[in-house]
Design a protein around this ligand. Structure first.
Ligand code: BGC
Length: 767
C-alpha cells in the first residue's frame, strides 16, 4: 500500500462523484485552493480556485469567498473531437495526489475512433510563491494526428452566490494572457495571468465563452510526446504588490517561466520537505490509519495561511465557498493545536487573524444584544470579523422556509474559545510577544463580554450564563450549558492570569493597555466571576454532568429512532420544530467536548460516566464530534472505540460519507477540523501527550496493532521527536533546543537535555 499517495481510476460518473473527487484531490497553498478537477473541466464540474481572505456579496445572497478564473484550463481536440474524461469515449484514467509535495497528477488514455491519445498533467500550487500555480501537460498520440489544444484562462467559474467578478477583461499582453476584473461589492481587483512554455505548434489568441485562450494547432507524430508548461498567477488587491493586480500577475508568471518548471518544482519541494519534517506522524503496523492520518495532516499543511497574511482557515478550508468561507470555532479548537505543536508560526497567524478582527467582535457585541460589551466574536467570521452567520441560517427542505437559528446570537462560547487559544499560545510556547501585540487585549475584551452577558443570581449568590447554544446546535437558547459556562469561567481566569503576567514582565505596557481599554476597574469583577460563575458539576451519584438545565427532563430517544421519523432525508433536526429539540438527542459532542478541553480537571471515572451517557444520544451530525469521543474514550481506556472514531475522523474526506445538506443548505467540501481532530487523537489521544498544566507529560495508550507511533512535537519553543512502542518511549531533543526539559513519561519524571536521546521503558503498561 502506498502511504504517501492516493489515487483513483474514476473520472466520469454522476455529479456527486465529480464533486467528491474535486474535494478529495484538491491542492492548496494557503493563498488559494484548486479543486481536484481535470484540466478540461468547467464550472459545471465545480472547478474552483478559491481564494483565502477575499470575500464578496452579490445582492442579498450570502457573502462568500471569491473564486478566481481558472488559469489551469486546457482542452485537447483530436480530429475535431474534444477529449473529455466525461465523454462516452473509452478512457483509462488515473488521478493521484502526492502527499509529499501536494501535487496533483492525472493520466488519461482516450480511444477516439481507432486512435489512442494519452494526456498527462501534473500541477502544484507553489509553496514558495503563494500566487503561483504550475502545470506540466503532455500529449502522446499512438498514430499521426491533427491536434488542437485550447489552453488559457477560463473565466466561466463556479460560484454558489456569484458572479463575483462580473465584468472580466480578457487580454493578451505580449506573450501573457491576462483576465481581470473586480469584485461586485467592494471593487477589489482580481487578476489571473498565464504564461506558456511550448516548443511546438502555431499559437493563435481567441476569446470564446469567457475563455481567454491560446489555440495551438499541430500535426502530432505517432508515438511522440509533446509537452508544455503552464504558469498561472492569481493576484488580488489584498496582496501588497506595488503594481496593479494585472501587472503583478504578469510579472509573477514571467519570472516563473524564466525560472522554468523544474526549478519552480525544486523550490516547492524543498518547502514541502520542511513542512513534513515538522509534522509527519508515523504509525507503523497499520497502513490504513497511516494513510488516513497523513492525508489529514496534508490537508492542514496545504491550507495553513500564508505568512504575514493574518488569515485563518475556514470550516471547509479552501475547497469552495461552502459555509461562506467563514472561520468558526473549528479553527481554534480543532486545527490550531496541530499548528501550535508542530509549527507555531502558523498558530501565530491564526491568532493574528483574531487580533485583526477584534473590532468586528466589538461591533458585534454592541449591536447584538442589550448592553453587551467587549468582544463577541462572529460565529461565522470573514475578513472584517463581522458576523456572516444569518439569523435564518438553515432552510427547511419540507416547507422551503428559512428557519430561525440562534447560532449567531447565542453561540457565545466562541469568544472564550478564542481567548483560551490565545493564552495557550503563551503557555505552550513561552513566547509572550503575541500578548503584547493584541492578544491580551483580545482576552480582556472577551472577559468583558462574558461579564456583560452573565447574570448574577442573588438568591444563589452566583453568576450564571443563560440563554445560549452550546456545541450541540440542536438545543437552542438553553441555560447553564456546561461547556459554555466552563469556557466563560476560564476566560475570566485567563484574563486575570494574562494581567498578572504582564504586571510582572511588562508593567508599563500593561498600564497603557488597561488605560486604553478603560478596564482596570473591571478586573475585580472578573476575579469575582472567575470564582462565582456557576458551571454544572457531575451528579454526585451518577457522575453525569447535565448538558444544560432541564436536559435530563427531555425525552429519551436515540438518533436512529429520530431518523426513522424524518419526513425528508435532509430535514434539519434542530431550530424551532426540529425533531431533536424535545429530546435528548444531541448533534455533536458537548459535555464530552468540555471533558476533553478541560481534561485535567475530571477523573477517568467521570469521563467514562459521561461518555457512556452521551454517546448513545449523539448523532455525530458534525465532523467535529467523533474525535472528541475518541479522545475521551482513550482517557478511560476504551481503545477499540477510540480507534474506530479515530479512523472515522481521519477518513472523513477519503470516504466522503458525511452529510451534504443541512436542511436546504449545501455543506459539502473538505473538513479541516476533522483533520485536526485526527492529529489530536493520534498525538494527544493514543500518544498520550498532555501539555495542559505547564509541564509536558506522555502517557501512551498505543493501539494494539500499532507497533510504533512517532511524531515531532514543539513545546516551549523547543522541539522533540517522540517515539512510542509498546515497550518504550524515546524522546530525542536536537542540539538546537535551548534547555533541559522535565517530561513526565508514564509517571516517571525524566530530564530531556538538548542534543540527547533518552528512552523510558514502559514497565507498568502492558500490551
Ligand atoms: C457544527 C459546528 C461547526 C460548523 C462548521 C456545524 O455543523 O455544528 O460546530 O462549527 O458546522 O464546521
Amino acid at each position: 500500500m502506498k502511504l504517501w499517495e492516493i489515487s483513483t481510476s474514476e473520472c466520469g460518473g454522476d455529479a456527486e462523484g465529480i464533486m467528491r473527487r474535486g474535494n478529495i484531490f484538491q491542492i492548496a497553498n494557503g493563498y488559494m485552493g484548486y479543486r481536484g478537477t481535470l484540466d478540461e473541466f468547467g464550472s459545471e464540474q465545480l472547478v474552483g480556485i478559491t481564494l483565502a481572505g477575499i470575500f464578496d456579496r452579490v445582492g442579498d445572497a450570502w457573502r462568500e469567498p471569491v473564486n478566481a478564473p481558472n488559469g489551469g484550463y486546457t482542452s485537447v481536440t483530436i480530429d475535431g473531437v474534444e477529449l473529455s474524461a466525461l465523454s462516452e469515449t473509452d478512457v483509462e484514467h488515473t488521478q493521484s495526489l502526492n502527499f509529499a509535495n501536494a501535487a496533483f497528477q492525472r493520466e488519461t488514455r482516450f480511444l477516439s475512433g481507432d486512435k489512442a491519445v494519452t494526456l498527462k498533467s501534473s500541477r502544484f500550487l507553489s509553496a514558495d510563491t503563494p500566487n503561483l500555480g504550475v502545470i506540466r501537460f503532455s500529449i502522446r498520440c499512438d498514430a499521426a494526428t491533427e491536434v488542437m489544444i485550447r489552453t488559457g484562462i477560463d473565466g466561466d467559474i463556479w460560484d454558489l452566490n456569484g458572479p463575483h467578478l462580473p465584468k472580466l477583461a480578457y487580454e493578451k499582453r505580449g506573450d501573457v494572457l491576462v483576465t481581470y476584473g473586480s469584485t461586485h461589492e467592494s471593487s477589489k481587483g482580481v487578476a489571473v495571468a498565464e504564461a506558456l512554455e511550448c516548443g511546438f505548434g502555431e499559437d493563435a489568441h481567441e476569446i470564446c465563452e469567457q475563455k481567454n485562450l491560446r489555440v495551438i494547432h499541430f500535426s502530432a507524430k505517432a508515438g511522440k510526446t509533446y509537452s508544455f508548461d503552464k504558469y498561472f498567477a492569481v493576484v488580488t488587491d489584498n496582496d501588497a504588490f506595488e503594481t496593479p493586480v494585472d501587472q503583478a500577475a504578469i510579472d509573477i508568471v514571467e519570472r516563473a517561466k524564466v525560472r522554468g518548471y523544474m526549478a519552480c518544482l525544486a523550490k516547492h519541494d524543498d518547502v514541502w520537505a520542511g513542512k513534513w519534517a515538522e509534522s509527519d506522524v508515523v504509525i507503523e503496523g497499520d497502513d490504513e490509519a497511516q494513510l488516513a492520518l497523513r492525508y489529514s495532516i496534508l490537508q492542514l499543511l496545504m491550507v495553513a495561511p500564508v505568512k504575514s497574511s493574518s488569515n485563518s482557515i475556514p470550516a471547509r478550508a479552501l475547497s469552495g465557498q461552502v459555509y461562506k468561507g467563514a472561520i468558526f470555532w473549528d479553527t481554534e479548537l480543532f486545527m490550531y493545536p496541530f499548528f501550535l505543536h508542530t509549527n507555531p508560526e502558523v498558530a501565530v497567524e491564526l491568532l493574528r487573524y483574531r487580533i485583526r478582527t477584534l473590532d468586528g467582535a466589538r461591533r458585534k457585541a454592541m449591536t447584538e444584544g442589550p448592553g453587551y460589551r467587549g468582544a463577541f466574536y462572529a460565529w461565522e467570521s470573514q475578513e472584517t470579523g463581522d458576523d456572516a452567520c444569518s439569523y435564518f441560517n438553515v432552510g427547511d427542505p419540507i416547507t422551503g422556509r428559512d428557519l430561525r437559528t440562534h447560532f449567531r446570537d447565542k453561540q457565545v462560547h466562541i469568544s472564550g474559545d478564542v481567548a483560551i487559544a490565545m493564552w495557550k499560545y503563551f503557555l505552550h510556547t513561552g513566547d509572550d510577544s503575541l500578548l503584547l501585540e493584541g492578544g491580551a487585549e483580545v482576552i480582556l475584551e472577551c472577559a468583558r463580554f462574558y461579564f456583560s452577558y452573565a447574570y448574577f443570581k442573588k438568591d444563589k449568590a452566583r453568576y450564571e450564563i443563560l440563554d445560549v447554544i452550546g456545541p450541540d446546535e440542536y438545543h437552542e437558547r438553553v441555560n447553564n450549558n456546561a461547556f459554555t459556562s466552563q469556557v466563560a469561567r476560564e476566560t475570566f481566569v485567563v484574563a486575570l492570569a494574562a494581567v498578572e503576567h504582564l504586571r510582572l514582565k511588562h508593567p508599563s505596557q500593561l498600564d497603557v493597555l488597561l488605560e486604553r481599554l478603560e478596564i482596570a476597574r473591571e478586573l475585580i469583577d472578573f476575579a469575582e466571576a472567575a470564582e462565582l460563575l456557576y458551571v454544572p458539576e457531575p451528579d454526585a451519584e451518577t457522575g453525569v454532568i447535565e448538558q444544560f438545565e432541564g436536559y435530563f427532563k427531555l425525552k429519551m430517544t436515540t438518533p436512529a429512532e429520530l431518523k426513522e421519523r424524518l419526513v425528508h432525508p435532509n430535514e434539519y433536526l434542530g431550530a424551532g420544530q426540529g425533531l431533536a429539540v424535545p429530546t435528548q438527542v444531541i448533534k455533536q459532542a458537548d459535555v464530552v467536548m468540555m471533558l476533553n478541553l478541560f481534561k485535567n480537571r475530571y477523573s477517568a471515572a467521570i469521563k467514562r460516566a459521561n461518555w457512556e451517557y452521551y454517546e448513545p444520544r449523539t448523532e455525530h451530525g458534525s465532523s467535529l464530534s467523533a474525535c472528541a469521543y475518541a479522545m475521551v474514550a482513550l482517557e478511560f481506556g476504551n481503545l477499540d472505540f477510540a480507534y474506530r472514531y479515530f479512523l472515522k475522523t481521519a477518513k472523513i474526506d477519503l470516504e466522503a460519507k458525511s452529510k451534504l445538506y443541512a436542511g436546504t443548505i449545501f455543506i459539502g467540501g473538505s473538513h479541516p477540523a476533522a483533520n485536526g481532530g485526527a492529529w489530536m487523537t493520534a498525538v494527544f489521544g493514543f500518544g498520550g501527550v498532555n501539555a495542559e498544566d505547564g509541564r509536558l507529560s506522555i502517557h501512551p495508550r498505543l493501539y494494539e496493532k500499532w507497533n510504533r507511533l512517532q511524531f515531532p512535537l514543539n513545546y516551549q519553543g523547543d522541539r522533540f521527536v517522540i517515539t512510542i512502542t509498546h515497550e518504550v518511549v524515546t524522546i530525542t531533543a536536537p542540539s538546537t533546543n535551548s534547555r533541559t526539559h522535565l517530561v513526565n513519561v508514564a509517571g516517571d519524571v525524566v530530564q530531556c537535555e538538548a542534543d540527547a536521546t533518552l528512552s523510558v521503558p514502559l514497565v507498568s503498561l502492558c500490551k
